[in-house]
Design a protein around this ligand. Structure first.
Ligand SMILES: [Zn+2]
Length: 99
């Protein structure tokens, strides 16, 4: 399995979750089909509090969603950490409003 180096995008969990989901964490769980219990950052086993927005270091091809604890998700742009590539859910462009 592949690991990736990540950092938190600033403004991690400020945006509104997708329509039909009460949180970004619920969105991630729906995409992955499993319950997130522990923080996905390697070396951290704290309880997940929310899904954060992360970007890949050195390969910034988009924004991904990853379940994180309150401590990890608050470290915007200050820390690089590793996680499993397969646990990332890519966030596509914000859906445009239907007119
Ligand atoms: Zn953590």
């Amino acid at each position: 399995m592949t690991t990736v180096s990540l950092k938190i995008e600033s403004g991690a969990t400020q945006s509104t979750p997708p329509k039909g989901f009460r949180s970004w964490l619920a969105f991630w769980e729906a995409q992955r089909g499993k319950h997130a219990a522990e923080c996905e950052a390697f070396g951290c086993d704290r309880e997940v509090t929310e899904a954060g927005r992360v970007i890949k270091v050195g390969k910034e091809d988009g924004v991904y969603i990853l379940p994180l604890c309150d401590r990890c998700s608050s470290q915007a742009n200050t820390r690089i950490f590793k996680a499993w590539d397969k646990d990332l859910v890519m966030l596509t462009a914000e859906p445009e409003a239907v007119t």
